[in-house]
Structure formats: structure tokens, C-alpha cells
Write a protein that binds this ligand. Sequence first.
Ligand code: NAD
Length: 481
Amino acid sequence: MSALLAEQPVLHESLRIAGEKVSRDRVIEVRHPYTGELVATVPKATLADVQRALKIAREYRAKLTRHERYRILMKAGEIVAARRDQIARLITLESGLCLKDTQYEVGRASDVLLFAANQSLVDDGQVFSCDLTAHGKSRKVYTLKEPLLGAITAITPFNHPLNQVIHKVAPAVATNNRVVLKPSEKTPLAAYALADILYEAGLPPEMLSVVTGDPREIADEMLTSDAVDLVTFTGGVAIGKYIAAKAAYKRQVLELGGNDPIIVMEDADIDEAATLAAAGSYKNSGQRCTAVKRMLVHEAVADRFVELLVEKTKAVKYGDPLDPKTDMGTVIDEPAAKLFESRVNEAIAQGAKLLAGNVRRGALYSPTVLDNVRPEMTVVREETFGPVSPVIRFKDFEDAMRIANGTAFGLSSAICTNRLDYITRAVQELNVGTVNVREVPGYRLEMTPFGGIKDSGLGYKEGVLEAMKSFCNTKTYSLPW
Ligand code: NAD
């Protein structure tokens, strides 16, 4: 037995059906991507398990006061913060993300809980006086936010095993909704840990169930059951569009893939731009929907930018995710690493220039810089969900906008410039959900509206406030006044 397993016995997880721990003979193995060692097993839920979880969620009427919701979310946030290192290690074991990344993620997750707790105290009603026009009346119309009648189905991806889950569960708790969550079968452990923390913090168990399993067996039930009113999904475009078609007449919040550019204009601070580009490209092993996936650089400054980018890329310490000094761990698995390698090799064969990286060992893929990339190459036309920095050189601002808008995606973007004319035009002309000036595309608060357009999403947003809105029905009532 290796040192890793000696330190951490294999965990045999159970489903959480309204808090009840249920084990099943059929299991999914969770292996540490860096060594391939078995970290845990999680049950494969049966269709009947999922139906039971959905029925409980559908029938339960949560009656928590705003104060009670606040207390539960605050307490959960405190527990998450206090157990930061333990939870970060669990995420590192299941995902191969390095400890620096997973500790950061746990910090973000406790912020989400804090914001949701505070937001549950804010009154969300509106009042309309009715004597506003000549044919008005002496009445007032009031609005009231109510939780959904049915359950919420939440389905999450592998790349932020805790934060993606918390962005769906915390707003649901803050609005008295009931959730059945299916985390990614690649990284299911953080979701189970979070459910236990919420129960410990006082959440009525009927408000949250967690199921894992084979999506081919259980996903359709979660999308089509009469017990479900809303599907909130974060993941890739292919499954997002499948859900859009399958979950007919259900409210849908779809947060899908991205292909975000960082645009470097000729007046930019090139050192700052290269620092942002490298951080945006390699953080979380490049596996963020808002990672920098294309670097669009004005030809007048491209040589200097590339030189600095290569320097910063070579300084990234990648390797053992459990070593606290590591800056970048593995990607999710070997097939993902092989895909990046093959896309980079294809680009090189088509004329791109490899300046750093493209070294693979199992699921470990080095930070990689490619220059002279053209927009039609697969590595930038498709979403390359790993630590690859493809540089595309452009001539002028119009050229940059055309290339930036030239993919199927529209999630986020960044522009490095101090010129107000470039800034205002970029904000107006980029077809995306977010434009960050002199920041990475991924910059946000857990509270701010977040989400994309085109293939990146339907335009319905996440972020604590927006999620709370989408998880409620608005009722109006009026009184004589
Ligand atoms: P994925 O689409 O492969 O899987 C996401 C989830 O869908 C998993 O839980 C999976 O089990 C589930 N699933 C599989 N088949 C299903 C089916 N038939 N019906 C319903 N659910 C099914 O995504 P992934 O590989 O885990 O994550 C990476 C993708 O997520 C990238 O494209 C990334 O850009 C995207 N992402 C988007 C955002 C955002 O907010 N826009 C954030 C993070 C990640």
C-alpha cells in the first residue's frame, strides 16, 4: 500500500436520501488521478432510489423562517471554513487539483454560504401603489417570493466539485426549496461531505438528497419526473442541449462551456497582461468554464507578450497535487490529457509553434504555450478544457472583436488596455455574459450575476442573487388601501 492510501483509508460512501445513508452493491470507483489509487467508492443509485428522493423533495414543505435559514447557512459556512484543509484534501484526492487550488475553492464555497445566509434576511417583496393614473384605484399590489412547488434537480460537473454544488444548494436553502443533487460521478465526494455539513448545521434532511450513479440509468428521471419543477445544470454543451430538449416545460438554468479570450491591445501593460493570461490559463489546471482558452494579442506587442508568457509558464510548478508547493496538479483523467495533447499536436502539424510544454504523463499535462495559432484550429475553435495557452495574433481592434466573437461560445472575456474607446467598444461589442477589464475572465464575486449566452447558456444567470430569483415563483396580491 502506498503512503497515500496508508494515510487515507478507502472511503465507502452511501447515498443521502433525505439524510438517510443508503448503500448499494453496485458502486463507482473514485481514483486519485495522479497515482490511479482507489480513494473511494460511491453507490450507483437505482431508479427507485432517485424516485424516492424526488418524491420526498416534492412533498416536503419547508417552513424555515428567514432567521433559521440564515443560521443554518452561516453555521455551514463556519464548518466549511473550519474544515478547510480536510475538505481541500478530499477534493484534491478525487480531482487531482493541487492543494493551492482546492484550498482556494473551499474558501470560495464558504463565501457562497455567507452571501446566501445574508441574502436570506433581505426582504424581496415589492409594493406598487395603484393610484398612479387617472383611472387608478385606492389599492396596493404586493409581491411575494415563494419556493417552487416541485423539487429542484441539480446536476454538476467535475471541475469545482464543491463550489459548483454550493452555488446550487445554498440559494435553494435560502429560498426554502428542496433539492435532489447529482454531482459528477468523477468527483462525487465533496458533495456528500457538504450534505453532511448542512445536516449538521440543522438543515431538515428532506431539503437535500444526494445521489450518484450512471447518468444513463438515472438522469432522465431527474429531468422528466413530474416531481421536478426546475433543472439547474452546470456542465458541457452536449449534455446541456440534451437537457434543454428533454426537460420540457421545466424551468431550466443551464451554465455550459466557455471559450474565453483575453485580448491584449497594443497599449496594454504587457507584464500585467502576461501574468493575467498565465493565471487564467493554468489555475485549476485550466479546467474552469471561464479559464483563458484563447490569447488574442495585438501583433505590435505579441513578441514581448509571448516571451513573458513562456517565462511565466515555465515558472509554474506542476506535479504532485498533494505537495503544498505545487502550483498545478493533474487534469481530471488520462483521456482528457490525451485529448489536449492530440489537439496541440494537430495545431503544430497545421503550422502553430510550440514554445513550452506539451509533455504528458498519465493525467498530468504540463502548462503549454502555442504561438501562431489560427482561429480555425481545433484547439481554439472547440473548448480545450485544460492548461493550454494558444496565442492568436491580430492586426487591429476590429480583427480582435471578429476573432473573439467567432466561436459558438459566449461566456466571459477579458481585455487588457487603458484606452477608454477600446474599453467601451469591447463592453458593447463582445457577445458574452461578462467583460473584465485588466482582470482574468473568471473574476467575479459569488454574489454577482454569472452566466453566458450562445452555446454557453440560455442567458439565465447563476450567482447567489440570480439563483435565488430563478428558484422562486413570484406571487402578487393586492389590498384596498
Ligand atoms: P459534463 O457535461 O460531461 O457532465 C456534467 C454533469 O452531467 C455530470 O454530473 C454528468 O454525470 C451529468 N450527465 C451526464 N450525462 C447526462 C445526461 N444524459 N443527462 C443529464 N446529466 C448527465 O461536464 P464535465 O465534463 O463534468 O464538466 C466540464 C464542462 O462543464 C466544461 O464544458 C465546462 O466549460 C463546463 N462548465 C461550465 C460552467 C459554467 O458555469 N458555465 C462552470 C464549470 C464548468
